[in-house]
Design a protein around this ligand. Structure first.
Ligand SMILES: *Cc1c(COP(=O)(O)O)cnc(C)c1O
Length: 369
């Protein structure tokens, strides 16, 4: 039967392996009979929910028997005001994952090529393969996106280029000038998706909203953002894409009508105004990054300098055993073997207490390895 249904699936899907998410806390508790588990595996915000988002959701609960606003009017208005774009440029998604897939579905099919880097977010590969398009993977440069290699890889068949900046799982960052030069050279019939899931972690002076403003100059540029990371709403699933109105119109033809729930819309609108929350998020992330990197330095472990809310550390040998030993001590981090980085583990920045727990566990594990 398995074989039978496999032959029914479309060719791209036959070769797919499902996305491997970070291990849920409850699953590890069940498996190992643990009571205290720290999860630093999915780049979630350790600060807890924004109070403004919580109030907005409680209010929205009164209307949960109704469908949500299919056009997300209020959230789009707020995004339009804050980011200085026309609401006609904004597409909302059930997380930015939804948008990445939506973009691939809308523009590419089996005759097309999609370019992304080695060590890129695995969803690019999944979205490409699910529609039967050809993945063109360019070699990484210093663990990050090599824009020159991407330009060189463009052919007549290229439809899309996916670039995460900062990059996940490596944390590398392309400077705005590098991206601007790149965009100026990409032919206008090739769409560039700039996935900025971690952009809010950059300091204010490093993080102008210029990439979103570039959508005025480059009609082939799509910028995706998420509420899952710095805005702390990963469990709700909401993200947005800013692009040319004509591109946005196409995305809206393919999008599911109610792809953002009423609670997600309410919380996302509220958290955009919670400047205090974002400030505390960044401060906690900066402190945690310093804490973890100092520990890695002290242990003589190499790591990839990161602009995100995670850091990827190199054990110089396959890290599966270290990962397993950390799990047994109740600490979940992300093994990167699926990214062909078997010696690395990616550690999300937690609260100071969570980071302490990780550090204590790591010291104990390394003492026995
Ligand atoms: C976490 C992440 C996302 C966001 O996913 P959501 O679906 O919005 O939760 C997108 N891109 C990258 C590179 C990420 O790491």
């Amino acid at each position: 039967m398995n074989q039978f249904f496999l032959t029914l699936a479309n060719a791209g899907v036959r070769g797919l392996s499902p996305y491997q998410a970070g291990k849920p806390i409850d699953e590890l508790k069940r498996e190992l009979g643990l009571t205290d588990v720290v999860k630093l595996a999915s780049n979630e915000n350790p600060l807890g929910l924004s109070a403004k988002a919580e109030v907005a959701m409680v209010k929205a609960m009164a209307d949960l028997t109704r469908y949500p606003d299919a056009n997300g009017f209020t959230l789009k208005q707020r995004i339009s005001q804050i980011y200085g774009v026309d609401a006609k440029q904004v597409t909302l998604g059930n997380g930015s994952n939804d948008l990445l897939e939506l973009i691939a579905h809308t523009f590419a099919s089996s005759d097309d090529e999609i370019i992304f880097s080695q060590y890129a977010f695995v969803v690019y590969q999944l979205a490409t393969q699910a529609i039967g398009a050809k993945a063109v993977v360019t070699p990484a440069k210093d663990w990050g996106n090599d824009l020159d290699a991407m330009l060189a890889a463009i052919t007549e068949r290229t439809k899309l280029i996916f670039i995460a900046n900062p990059n996940n799982p490596t944390g590398t960052y392309l400077q705005p000038e590098q991206l601007a030069n790149f965009l100026a050279k990409v032919p206008e019939n090739v769409l560039v998706v700039l996935d900025e899931a971690y952009i809010e972690y950059l300091a204010d002076d490093e993080n102008p909203q210029q990439s979103i403003a570039w959508t005025q100059d480059y009609p082939n540029l799509l910028v995706t953002r998420t509420f899952s990371k710095a805005f702390g709403l990963a469990g709700l699933r909401v993200g947005f894409c800013v692009a040319h109105p004509a591109v946005t119109d196409l995305l809206n033809r393919v999008r599911q009508p109610f792809n953002c729930s009423a609670l997600a819309l309410a919380a996302a609108t509220a958290v955009l105004d919670d400047h205090e929350y974002l400030k505390r998020t960044r401060a906690m992330n900066d402190a945690g990054m310093t804490q973890l990197c100092a520990e890695f330095d002290a242990q003589g472990l190499a790591y990839i300098p990161s602009k995100g809310n995670f850091v990827t550390v190199d054990f110089g040998k396959p890290a599966a055993a270290i990962n397993q030993a950390l799990l047994e001590r109740g600490v979940i981090v992300r093994p990167l073997a699926p990214y062909q980085m078997p010696n690395h583990l990616r550690v999300s920045i937690g609260t100071q207490a969570e980071n302490d727990t990780f550090i204590t566990a790591l010291r104990a594990v390394l003492a026995t390895q």
